[in-house]
Design a protein around this ligand. Sequence first.
Ligand code: C2O
Length: 534
Amino acid sequence: SSVRHYKFSVVSKNITKLCATKPLVTVNGQFPGPTLYAREDETVIVKVTNHVAHNVTIHWHGVRQFRTSWADGPAYVTQCPIQPGQNYIYNFTLTGQRGTLLWHAHISWLRASIHGAIVILPKRGIPYPFPTPDKEKIIVLAEWWKVDVEAVVNQATQSGFPPNVSDAHTINGDPGPVPGCSSQGGYTLHVESGKTYLLRIINAALNDELFFKIAGHNLTIVEVDASYTKPFQTDSIFISPGQTTNALLTANQGIGKYLIAVSPFMDAPIGLDNLTNYAALRYKGNPANPPTILTSVPPLNATPLAHAFIDSLRSLNSEQYPAKVPLTIDHSLFFTMAVGVNPCATCVNGSHLVAAVNNVSFVMPTIALLEAHYYNIPGVFTDDFPGNPPIAFNYTGNSPSNIQTMNGTRLYRLAYNSTVQIVLQGTAIIAPENHPTHLHGFNFFVVGKGLGNFNPEKDPQKFNLVDPVERNTVSVPTAGWTAIRFKADNPGVWFLHCHLEVHTTWGLKMAFLVDNGKDPNDFLPPPPSDLPKC
Ligand code: C2O
């Protein structure tokens, strides 16, 4: 099948938003960046050239990267960064994948401005498993910061408090009408009466889970994270950073102007992030200034609404697209996801925030883990990541006592083709938020979810092993748990982390090492010759 070539130039560009101009690190000068289009099973070759003073890498979020771990992109996990003046060619095939995904920078917080959509169309001649839309629209949700985002990173690591939140949520780069800065009208979604649109919605925000709502219109969800779902209707979408949602919208209401609201979710608001971006859906042929039909905006802590959306998701599980849920488990893992405060002699207030999976706060190495693995370089990592929390977790509704952390660059080792179940238990202390947890290199099935402590005797009896939703990023509920299953059919080193960038920074991350299979086709190939050096 064919090959698609792209050129990504990482350049600094002055961009004006919220009535102020700042230099922004972008791909090709665009915010959001260019959309990458391909078809299922096609090969994509992206030459990334770094023209800025920062190191950079690009991650193709949700792309399975079969045998191409070297092209996955997380800095110091699968590659050393592309240094200023250097380039790297990402070469991967979209084997068996179609739908919407996203690409983004995967170093420090650079993805704030370096991100864009990936649209994988079905193979030529293969229709969608839902009514063919008249048109498709990409909707990239993100955040805008007036300050340089690097300053926020320092704030996050050097103080005992959460860092400042962003100054706006953006829709395709538009921060919406802002009080005191009225020249910007907000994003407009133009529709024609009677037509159906496929909205490809992407949450590329750094730190916010979001609700998306259109006044007067229902949306039919047909796909999440590039996996088809059983269609269901909803008036609001809940979407976490790293997630993608495809929804059908039919322009079946009276000709007019309808409000679109994008608002953040936090089940116990501790920051003051209550910024809603208002955009508009406009029918063709309506008068110049029609009255706007309003919608209610979900409150910041609309936890039942978020859960209702998550609980409605099911795999399509049709004959053509079966849900291949692993039914036997080789590795049964239990991971606690915790955020806490630790002493820090050099920090403001003498403390800083840390986060840990199974009490291990992950320390990034200074050369790539995948290279250390491939070349057997000792002293970079150990393969003794604990499969259970070393300090037993028990959520009682009060602050639990196991926020104690140890630092380490520890990987969990999986045999090729072994099956894995992970119960991700949120411990919710300092950061009363969901943890949208992303696994690189795999799709997983979300077989169960609950509040409070996971019960290893009772809860698995309620698991959905028939048509659980298949995705690459799942929200672990605050003080609750989510169980996922996948098959380790892809050799390499694969990152797992909370996709709230601030939590990743604090250490809420770990990695799996999947060994080669017996057949040479099941080996990780050698690295490409242009793999960046550290
Ligand atoms: Cu979308 Cu490791 O990230």
